[in-house]
Design a protein around this ligand. Structure first.
Ligand SMILES: *Cc1c(COP(=O)(O)O)cnc(C)c1O
Length: 426
């Protein structure tokens, strides 16, 4: 006799049902004009409107077909290596108190981060639409590498626009993109970083929206991109929900993820949005609260428009996007996905911050105590979980962290600036 048998079966059945359903909440957002509450929409020059409308109608039709869904499933399983596991960080948890920390291991997704989840979706859409070339901008090169991977898989050309300054700083990722067959095109105006790369990519897109498709790197940009990227990332939340139910028999008390543009966070949050679970997004507070030294958009921003959509925005007095900083280059964006803005205003998700120093501590602590070197972006979410555990050392609760990527890309920087982290050992 197994007294837990009945409960376990119920748990499995619930997990199965949920994994095959779209969340009730998400099904109704955005509205038909692409708004999540008052955020999102389409704010683009007329030359781009037609191209974006074409992407939207293609996505709405194709993404519902059996063929598209089946092919994406096959790709996820056989090329990306999904499902990625959920791992109980038992040693780290024991060190901090009674909170049990679980990690959704997106660092084990092919190419080492969650970004490939939406790049493969975008690549598949491009192939169904008969496009010849994927184009995008990249800052640190992470999105560029993921998109170049997708292009190689689908046999499509790939142009990645990148600021000249970033090209000089991110040599390994530039080499990766080139080895994968992408062209890396320097943006040479202005500050020669991410914003200029976006400008250059959009100019190129307007010039040839027939053969090319613009593939955005997060849940940002004009509608349908925030919705589409969220839908492609939902696999993370669906898998994680099923896995944690199987492992613990219960839902977690808190689900958390770092928020740059917000794609890995929307991915895991979407699995739990209709559940009685607390959800925390973690923004990068960088070196502190002064404008220019952080990238905590939702905590310190006010409404504005950037890159074709309305969102909370870090801006200067003239309303221009402010300079931003984070030790994690994937998090330093002055805007944020419109759905996150809506989730903040509605109170469903709580947004908190972690500093560069918090992320550094989490980076070494997880490495030393679990044998997992996290990306500096993901380290912000780990830092928040560690803070929760320390705040209530006697309360047994469960925190599920989306470990969005692995830290190999950050190792040179960390060794040069912070050493090998001896002080975080056993
Ligand atoms: C790019 C990146 C992020 C930030 O992007 P989101 O869209 O906010 O998820 C987070 N983690 C890793 C590992 C990244 O590469």
């Amino acid at each position: 006799m197994n007294p837990a048998g009945g409960t376990k079966w119920e748990t499995h059945r619930t997990a199965f049902m949920i994994a095959n359903q779209r969340s009730e909440t998400l099904r109704h957002s955005p509205d038909s004009a692409g708004f999540f509450g008052s955020y999102g929409g389409v704010f683009v020059p007329p030359q781009l409107e037609t191209a974006i409308a074409e992407v939207r109608s293609a996505y709405e039709t194709l993404s519902r077909t059996h063929e598209f869904i089946e092919e994406l499933r096959r790709i996820r399983k056989h090329f990306q290596g999904r499902p990625t596991p959920v791992y109980h960080a038992a040693r780290l948890s024991r060190k901090l108190g009674k909170t049990q920390i679980y990690l959704k291991r997106e660092d084990l997704n092919h190419t080492g981060a969650h970004k490939l989840n939406h790049c493969m979706g975008e690549g598949l859409l491009a192939r169904y639409m008969g496009k010849k070339k994927l184009i995008a901008e990249t800052g640190a090169g992470q999105h560029g590498v993921a998109l170049a991977t997708a292009a190689a898989y689908f046999g499509l050309e790939c142009d990645i626009y990148m600021g000249e300054v970033d090209i000089a700083k991110q040599a390994p990722n530039v080499a990766r993109m080139k080895i994968l067959g992408a062209r890396v095109i320097p943006a040479t105006h202005g500050l020669k970083t991410l914003k200029e790369a976006v400008d250059a990519a959009l100019v190129a897109y307007v010039e040839d929206p027939v053969d090319q498709i613009y593939c955005i790197g997060s849940v940002v940009g004009p509608h349908p991109f925030p919705m589409m990227v969220r839908d492609f990332q939902q696999v993370v939340g669906h898998e994680a929900r099923e896995q944690i139910l199987e492992m613990t028999g219960n839902l977690p008390d808190i689900v958390t993820a770092c928020v740059g543009g917000g794609s890995n966070a929307m991915g895991i949050f979407s699995g739990f949005i209709d559940d009685p679970v607390e959800i925390h997004g973690v923004e990068p507070l960088g070196k502190g609260t002064i404008l220019g030294e952080h990238s905590a958009t939702m905590t310190y921003g006010r409404e504005g428009v950037i890159h074709g959509f309305r969102c909370y925005l870090l801006q200067d007095e003239a309303g221009e996007p402010a300079p931003v900083h984070s030790i994690a280059s994937g998090l330093d964006y002055p805007g944020v996905g419109p759905e996150h803005c809506h989730l903040k205003d509605s109170g469903r998700v709580k947004y908190v911050t972690a500093t560069d120093a918090d992320a550094v501590e989490a980076f070494y602590t997880l490495s030393r105590n679990e044998g997992i070197i996290p990306a500096l972006e993901s380290s912000h979410a780990v830092a928040h979980a560690m803070r929760l555990a320390r705040e209530t050392p006697d309360v047994p609760r469960t925190v599920l962290v989306n470990l969005s990527g692995r830290g190999d890309k950050d190792m040179d920087y960390m060794i040069e600036h912070h050493g090998i982290g001896d002080e975080y050992g056993i």
